[in-house]
Design a protein around this ligand. Sequence first.
Ligand code: MTE
Ligand code: MOS
Length: 732
Amino acid sequence: MKNISEIRIDAASKISGEEQYVRDLQIDDLLYAKTIRSTRAHAKIDSIHFDEDFNWESFTIITAKDVPNNYVAIIKNDMPYLAHETVNYIGEPIVLIAAEKKQMLREAEKHIAIIYEELKTSLTIDETLTKDDKKDIFAEISLVDGDFEKAAVDAEYIIEETYETGLQEHVYIEPQCVVAIPEDNTIHIKGSMQCPYYVQNAMNELFKGTETKVDVTQIMTGGAFGGKEDFPSLICGHVALLAQKAQKPVMLSFDREEDIRYTTKRHPSKIHMKAAVDNDGTIQGLNVDILLDSGAYTTLSPVVLARAVLTSFGCYRLQNVIVRGRAVKTNIPPCGAFRGFGGPQALFAIEMLIEKIAHSLSEPVWDIKKRNLLSMGDVLPTGQPIDYSFGLPQCIEKVLISSKYFEKLKEFSDYNKNSNGILKGVGISLAAHGAGFTGVGENTIQAIAEMEVLTEGKVVIKTANTEMGQGVDTAYKIIVSKRLNIPFEDIVIEEKNTSKVPNSGPTVASRSTMIVGKLLVDNCDKILEKLDLSAREHTPDEFKQKALSFVEKNGNIVVRTQYKHPDFISFDEKTYKGYGYPVYSWSANVAEIEIDLTSYQVEVKKFYTAHDVGKTINRQQSEGQIQGGVLQGIGYGIYEEMRIKDGEIENRGFRDYIIPTIKDIPKVHVDIVEDEYFNGPFGAKALGELPLVGAAPAVASAVSFAMKKPVKKIPLTPEVIASMIEEKDYEY
Ligand code: MTE
Ligand code: MOS
């Protein structure tokens, strides 16, 4: 057998162009759809006019009154499929039209007029908070541990700051695209998406009380990063409604501009941190106030906020902690899931607070980190003990060696003394990512994975977890191949169709390998037991022979396993006490940067990182996740800026939304630490999001070193660097 850890099963079909994405599907009689959107950030819809002189015969048209249950089912159900009486953001869908040619749609759009009555807008967190209206707070969390007030009185110093982070766009390669195909009273939905069962549930709600049935298939997805987690439910509803009315297949395919302006983004944040600090730099108390800008509707804000709250501790030993988190409504497009889910915002804040403490005490940053560092046996402010799978110390050791951090500190500070034109910086960050859903979320989902052994001896893996470039299909094949000791050729991955695979939960929160991968291991063990084989002690041929004769006698073997947390894991949603996550993955990161004092451009020259992922299932793929995530985090830290003017996203494409390109990619040195998690497949825990989380703070730490000033906001665009030099506050 080939070394299975080097195989990537979707590589050849993607590189050769054979892979079929939604736009590649050959569908007869296809109609194309277009969304007519609000041009107001907040307004009452007075009336919608369809020009009487225009020939509407060959168009299918849907407005709010045609929608049976007009809410997208997800957490709070406050977002309509089509705006009815009011619009809450620029770009909100109001009318849907479908026709045979896209050109016809562009023409028809000119003949639809929407009359508005303007309402007062609230475009920033601050504006909303001054209104003091409870309805505008989509979610609120508070956590108290110990007595912060007392710690503040006793402490030598109070060190505080407000940190800000901006919107971030997912920039998946494939813009949103979905299609609905009617057949009798069933609508088959196919789309580029992360969570076929989210869409299935949303469609069940949408058509509740009607005859219409829906099934959902994920088609190979060209990147998602959270952007295809909640959003596809909205547009799948759109095509389903049109297809139902037209009784023809309908496709909605966004171009890049539409995708950038009207799909979900990462929540901007404003986080105030206040630390009570001893004169040796020990943090005796921490008060955190997290504000997330949710945009116009709730979407996934409560979960994004939960992760922000639980990530705000960083990797530090804390006591006397208060965290208050609020997700706030504004009249900008709704924000949603994005790799890290509130974690990158909160980790940036806590890491920059540590920088500020170091600057205030004139101590090296690393000394302050080390003094407050979390270690084995410590307890988090939630009460969760850190007592297994804690590879942070090894990550730190590895990254300090690979980066030669301490030597660089000296070298760069000498360089900067004589430099004219360029400042060099080196910075360090420590990051944690809770693996899987927050709290007892995984017990609510109760993920199921199924496997079937067929007559030919082939083994079929049935899960709802989707391939979006992160490599889950390959990871699952490796897990099953190893456990059953059978070759890749004998393993089949079932199509991600809701009528064929069970609900294994969504492909989010870096949960697929750890949670569902473990269910596959358990399924393998059930199969082995039926065949009277024990793991690893048989040859692939023995497996095949036993399987064939068993199936011949008894029919296909079907096994299922449902996830449940280990018994000791509990979490109280009200007090935020208990296990925030079943386990954490850890990373340590060092960035080397240069700042050009003519252009004020920051450039990342080298990046070193070590990740504790429990166990790698496929090393090459793990390194790929880390390289890519780091790069997306670097973009978040220095390049990616979305501008909103009067509620309208101004960015139109890659000319004005700058992401790192091949020329900006630094050399990324990756080390992997394997501190196994007892409840993951072969010890594996989460990996998908963590690489992004620690990257921006490492870069910001390096900028802070070079400029001898703490950083307060990202992205660190030339304008922000200029304002730091001029000691002015830069407004986005
Ligand atoms: N990697 C690629 N190539 N493409 C993606 O869309 N999404 C990220 C991460 N890595 C993503 C990716 C996000 S947001 C998550 S939650 C995880 O992959 C989900 O996959 P996993 O559960 O298999 O880790
Ligand atoms: Mo990832 S943001 O959890 O899809």
